[in-house]
Design a protein around this ligand. Sequence first.
Ligand SMILES: [Zn+2]
Length: 336
Amino acid sequence: MSSELPSYDNYFIRHSQLPDIGESGQHLLNNSFAVIFGAGALGLPVLQSLLMSGIGRILLIDPDVVDLSNLHRQFVYSAEDVGTFKVDCASTYARSFPHSKVATLAADVTDNLEKVLQRTDIVFECTDSHKCKQAVNDACKKLDIPAVFGGLYQSHGTVHVVGQKGGCYRCIAQSGNAADCADAGVFAPFSMLVGTMQANVGLRHLLNKNDAPASGTQLMIDGASMNIRKLHVPMNKQCQVCGDAQILSLENEKVTDATLRTGVIVLKKYTDSRKDSLTELKEPEDVLLWTPETDVETYIVACATGSRANTAAAILQNKGFENVQTMSLAALNLKL
Ligand SMILES: [Zn+2]
């Protein structure tokens, strides 16, 4: 067998034959540098898609080691890898793709992101860490690097493009925690689907395709019904990055146990002396049934982890509500 590198142009000829990619688009991919945060359920399908698309340089960042509970969906790893750094296994896997150079970091780099992300063309945020998502959001906004955020919560998935226009990650997730597969569970094919969609959106964005979801767009994918909604996320005036930050501290004890576990609450904070009011909803989509009010200072949407609240908040923002904040119940100081 020849050790010669296969011809790049022949390797990707089925790509470059596409009218909206062509040789110029394929060479753009080859000259691009992408950074992936997270080598898990979303990060691995993103990595695979970038490798198979001929991205020239990739940096994969994840401080974790492989756990037995990862194997059912994180297809790169096997039982022999348990206890090994994920990025080391992923790096070995990536050697089969001769036209991509993959570097790795097995470390938490959230305190040093601006240095790490220098000369990056696009970022994929694929972790379930709220801290990491916030840090990536802030650095990418500051450095003007497009970023595609992926999220999973049971049968709900999100793909959010953050860039110059539209709302950023903090605009719809002021506080609270991202959903964690360790607590919520995850369906293997759905995680692969959302990760692959994340890569597809990011690569179309990288290719400057006008029909790609623009920055400020959030796709909301229902893994059960397979309904996909595309929402515009407006900039939030109270976002710490896009607007003037204002942290609210509220107390309320009226929420039932059932809502804490499965539902969403929406708090209307009034500008006048009227008592703030609270509404409990069974599903995030129930906010579609709401009747708008004109003198509400801020809508605060909360749920146990912040994930379903993000869904409800995005729907509200898409309906034209400007002052919407998302919080976890813990952040609202609710007594559990
Ligand atoms: Zn923002």
